[in-house]
Design a protein around this ligand. Structure first.
Ligand code: PLP
Length: 370
């Protein structure tokens, strides 16, 4: 008999979701506002310590609103991690601005050294913002990055889509920058099936983002519009799922970290795992590794599929994407090398230890064969 399919990172419900959805239905607030939207925002405020919180329909929308509130426009430069997912950086294009991609270092996340070097040599207008991703749930060197941003007058936006609940020196991911975002897409550590959160230090900025997220309707009885907005708010139904999910965030982080530890014990002789920087605690959203020997990643993924195991390559760096063929980048080959020999392992919190061992065993066999 074949084992059940082991997905990369499937949704894992807490058990309370249906009860809360039921309550939403009883209230008939089947709308992008309501009690559970407020509760969801409050749960984020409580856990992360973020000052101001806005629930939205996706993490990508959250990044877009941050850029819009900052007034990013054509002709502006926006720095970003190259080693990330497209949702991090597509909003730069929505605003007609110009992205500049910075490579990673041995932390796998954005290199403060390359960032500083780039800025020292850059002769044109100073970039307005930096979008830094905490990849796979592991903290970037946020203290150094923030210090550089402050020195150059660059606004920091943290893409914490993958790193909800991670922390550096006890401070939560997403709360260092002027803005931070979280994603509740279907494969993230928590999910609302689709959803996002924007957090910010300035009450005024988040109020502006809230205004823009509901079609920028002015405060009149009729519909009056001075500028255009978006339809980006989160449904009360989905927010109720988010409230139930937030109740188990710490359990989910503990389990992801335990899964990582088990993979590490099983495979550390043949692979290097994404590190956790000093003074930080990652959420280990996905366990990720690179192989010591040269391995054909596509072939490995196909072979593991035959055992009903879903794996995925690491993110293909943005500076290697056809979309960004002509974009400016400051790179030293680090993320390209990671991409060429790296793999994301199944890391869903409902996985058993036996399944982690089974996946590890199959990986070892496949890599031995290649
Ligand atoms: C998932 C993700 C996003 C986008 O979030 P959505 O909610 O899917 O729009 C952005 N950045 C990173 C790094 C992500 O992993």
């Amino acid at each position: 008999m074949k084992n059940r399919k082991i997905f990369l990172s499937p949704p894992h419900m807490s058990g309370k979701e249906l009860e809360y959805i039921q309550r939403v239905f009883e209230s008939n607030y089947i709308a992008p506002l309501g009690e559970y939207v407020d509760k969801f925002e409050e749960s984020i405020r409580k856990r992360t310590g973020a000052k101001h919180v806005l629930a939205l329909n996706s993490g990508t929308s959250a990044i877009h609103l941050a850029l819009r509130v900052l007034g990013i426009q054509p002709g502006d430069y926006v720095l970003a991690s190259s080693f990330t997912f497209i949702g991090s950086v597509a909003p730069i294009l929505y605003q007609g601005a110009t992205p500049i991609f910075i490579d990673s270092d041995s932390s796998w996340n954005l290199s403060p050294k390359l960032l500083e070097e780039f800025l020292k040599n850059w002769k044109k207008e100073t970039p307005k913002a930096l979008i830094v991703t905490h990849l796979y749930g592991q903290m970037a060197q946020i203290d150094k990055i923030l210090e550089i941003c402050n020195r150059y007058g660059i606004t920091l936006i943290e893409d914490s889509a993958e790193s909800l609940g991670a922390s550096f020196k006890g401070q939560e991911s997403g709360t260092f920058g002027e803005f931070g975002i979280y994603s509740f897409n279907g494969n993230k550590i928590l999910t609302t099936s689709g959803g996002g959160i924007l957090v910010g230090k300035s009450e005024k900025d988040i109020a502006k983002a809230r205004f823009l997220s509901t079609q920028a309707k002015e405060n009149f009885l009729h519909y009056e519009h001075v500028e255009f907005g978006y339809n980006y708010r989160l449904s009360n139904v989905l927010a109720s799922i988010g409230v139930a999910q937030m109740e188990v965030l710490q359990e989910r982080i503990d389990r992801r970290r335990a899964i990582f530890k088990r993979y590490f014990q099983n495979l550390h002789d043949i692979a290097d795992f994404m590190p956790e920087i000093e003074n930080s605690i990652g959420n280990r959203w996905l366990t990720t590794l690179t192989f010591r020997k040269n391995v054909d990643i596509e072939k490995t993924i196909h072979k593991l599929q035959q055992f009903n195991i879903e794996t995925r390559p690491l993110w293909k760096p943005m500076h290697l994407q056809p979309l960004f063929r002509d974009a400016i980048s400051y790179v030293d080959g680090t993320s390209e090398k990671l991409f060429s020999n790296g793999l994301c392992l199944p890391s869903g919190t409902a996985m058993s230890d036996d399944e982690v061992d089974f996946v590890s065993e199959q990986i070892r066999k496949v890599v031995d064969d290649i």
